[in-house]
Design a protein around this ligand. Structure first.
Ligand SMILES: [Zn+2]
Length: 198
């Protein structure tokens, strides 16, 4: 009997699951590289992502927006502008499952007059009955001790019920620190020199 070939139906396809945390962190790192290297700050990149539909809602990097702006802060400023709300009201325009990716642990301490990023993040969900706000903060590295002795960012976020997740990827920590400290004076015990072997 002659082989009978039934026409094949279109094959169902599956795409690889949306960007992984490592891929998002690499995106944040690319943003960090846009920041002008300076001795006085780290170059950090950040993304606000709608985790339900895996869509980037805002991007930011150190000193992107006017003033002495941090990466997370730049994200929030841009979201506020986009939705025509004040920075304090950004929580209201966030989706239910908003997460933040930042190459470095959000700061808990800043010089006078600057609101630390941890407070900005906590502020988004503060007093909201709709449950909106940042639910998870993915960080690439915890903050080194260069500018502040001890960043309590992680602890404060966790105390407020926000999950803090360290994203691990091959060479990620070295790459993040190398980008973050590019404008810093290199010393022998500086992590930046560890990657300067090229
Ligand atoms: Zn900050």
């Amino acid at each position: 009997m002659k082989a009978h070939h039934t026409p094949l139906r279109p094959m169902p396809t599956i795409t690889s699951p949306s960007p992984s945390p490592v891929e998002y962190m690499r995106q944040a790192l690319e943003l960090a590289q846009k920041s002008t290297p300076k001795p006085t700050n780290y170059r950090v990149g950040a993304l606000v992502v709608d985790a339900t539909i895996n869509t980037v809602l805002a991007t930011g990097y150190t000193l992107e927006c006017e003033g002495n702006t941090h990466a997370e802060q730049s994200c929030f400023i841009k979201l506020a502008r986009e939705h025509n709300v004040s920075e304090e009201e950004v929580g209201a325009v966030l989706p239910e499952k908003a997460v933040l990716y930042t190459t470095m642990e959000p700061c808990s301490q800043r010089s006078v007059g600057n609101v630390p990023c941890v407070e900005r993040i906590l502020g988004l969900g503060k007093g909201r009955e709709d449950g909106k706000g940042i639910k998870t903060v993915y960080v690439g590295v915890l903050e080194p001790d260069t500018f502040v002795r001890e960043n309590t960012g992680r602890g404060r976020l966790e105390a407020a019920g926000i999950q803090v997740v360290l994203v691990e990827g091959e060479g990620l920590v070295q790459d993040i620190l190398s980008v973050a400290t590019a404008g810093h004076v290199r010393t022998d015990n500086d992590s930046a020199t560890a990657t300067g072997t090229a």
